[in-house]
Design a protein around this ligand. Structure first.
Ligand SMILES: [Zn+2]
Length: 407
């Protein structure tokens, strides 16, 4: 099947500039040429005249498995309800222009299979699989109210995470995930907002435990990502070979320098804290979690400025949970408060494409890239805030050469 996106002003993401009116020719889902005027045959023509043609968007931090913000309810959710909710989230993600995502934790293998079989629609998903965490860590969903531990073994798991203590258990958990198709690994090395019993400042895992996961990832030509807020946890992670720091809200100059010195990447996710601040209570987020959120929310924008002045490479992600995923594109507007549009777009189409191991195949409109395209009425380089409203900005979303949104 041949699709031609005709007469739009095409973005060259290498120079991050619009090159003028071009026709983009997509054969069987792959871009084959970008030419001044295409005169051959085609099955589908999308008229992009007067509009801006950009690559499909990439979200470097999503969680389809965290299908609702009401964590009390999630514990009793059936796999059927998970499936219905996850497929809705996945379809809406593409409708907002995101054709590739990196899923940072929770079992989404069934969703990926459903999308590949055409039963569900959704983006291309690169996944961490279940998140690795220590007992009492940020993916340990058991609260602190149990009189007797449910288990004293070194590993136990849920659909969200694997609780693994000690280098051997971490190694085994890492191998489980890699065997089951994880594209990279995810560890929790500091406290987080969404769990009951780990303070934000807590440092989780030891150097030896993190190293065990890093070795397993490197043996599979991939990397470890780590959820981390505090300077101590960030320094611990990058010192042990972790490649991406997710969130990084409580970053200081010293920990920023450590990220840069280790050629690691930070993936900020400002919009999720904004969403939890505004909607958490209404959606059932417990008070202890809301109090934690206020603290990281306030530090978010400052962490970006600290990262930038210390030369930290930034990726692009959102980390929105369940119902709040509708705010996904608002991350552009939030970051634009401290960053130029061109830097934010590069963090997505260049850095995050690399984190997906898909350089040249996503984040580019050029031969051999996937035919994933957004046709926008708004020039993102001039008006990134306007670009952050997909319902008004995007006229078409094209995935693998198929038109999935036509507004
Ligand atoms: Zn996350």
């Amino acid at each position: 099947m041949r699709t031609v996106v005709s007469s739009g002003n095409v973005l060259d993401t290498a120079s991050m500039s619009f090159v003028g009116e071009r026709d983009v020719v997509i054969d069987d889902g792959i871009i084959v040429e970008v030419v001044d005027r295409y005169e051959g045959s085609s099955d589908i023509v999308v008229d992009a005249g007067g509009k801006f043609v950009v690559p499909g968007l990439i979200d470097g931090h999503v969680h389809f498995r965290l299908a609702t913000m009401d964590f009390r309810r999630i514990a009793s959710m059936s796999e059927v309800e998970f499936g219905i909710r996850m497929s809705t989230l996945a379809r809406q993600t593409v409708e907002r222009g995101f054709t590739t995502v990196r899923d940072l934790g929770g079992d989404v293998s069934g969703l990926i299979r459903a999308i590949s079989r055409g039963v569900a629609s959704g983006p291309r998903i690169l996944r961490a699989g279940r998140m690795l965490t220590q007992t009492g860590g940020h993916a340990d969903t058991e609260g602190g109210e149990r009189a007797v531990p449910s288990c004293a073994c070194s590993m136990r798991s849920t659909v969200f995470g694997i609780v693994a203590d000690g280098p051997d258990a971490v190694r085994k958990a890492a191998r489980h995930n890699l065997r089951d198709g994880s594209d990279f690994l995810k560890l929790h090395v500091s406290g987080g907002v969404a769990t009951p019993s780990d303070p934000l400042e807590s440092v989780q895992y030891t150097h030896e435990e993190i190293c065990a996961a890093v070795v397993e990832a490197e043996h599979r030509q991939t990397y470890v990502s780590a959820h981390a807020y505090s300077p101590e946890s960030i320094k611990l992670a990058v010192g042990a070979g972790v490649h991406t720091i997710e969130h990084g809200n409580l970053l200081d100059d010293e920990s920023a320098k450590a990220i840069a010195a280790n050629n690691a990447v930070m993936v900020p996710t400002l919009v999720t804290y904004d969403a939890m601040e505004e909607e958490g209570e209404k959606l059932g987020l417990p008070k202890t979690n809301r109090d934690k959120n206020t603290k990281v929310f306030k530090a978010g924008l400052a962490s970006l400025e600290i990262a930038r002045r210390n030369g930290v490479t930034l990726g692009f992600g959102t980390d929105l949970i369940g119902e709040t995923q509708i705010r996904q594109n608002h991350e552009f507007a939030l970051r634009h408060e401290v960053e130029p549009a061109v830097d934010i777009l590069r963090s997505m189409w260049e850095t995050t494409a690399k984190l997906c191991h898909l350089e040249g195949r996503i984040g580019a409109i050029a031969p051999n890239a996937f035919g994933d395209i957004v046709v926008s009425r708004v020039n993102p380089l001039d008006d990134l805030v306007g670009f952050s409203n997909p319902a008004t900005a995007f006229s078409h979303v094209i995935q693998h050469g198929r038109v999935v949104v036509d507004r």
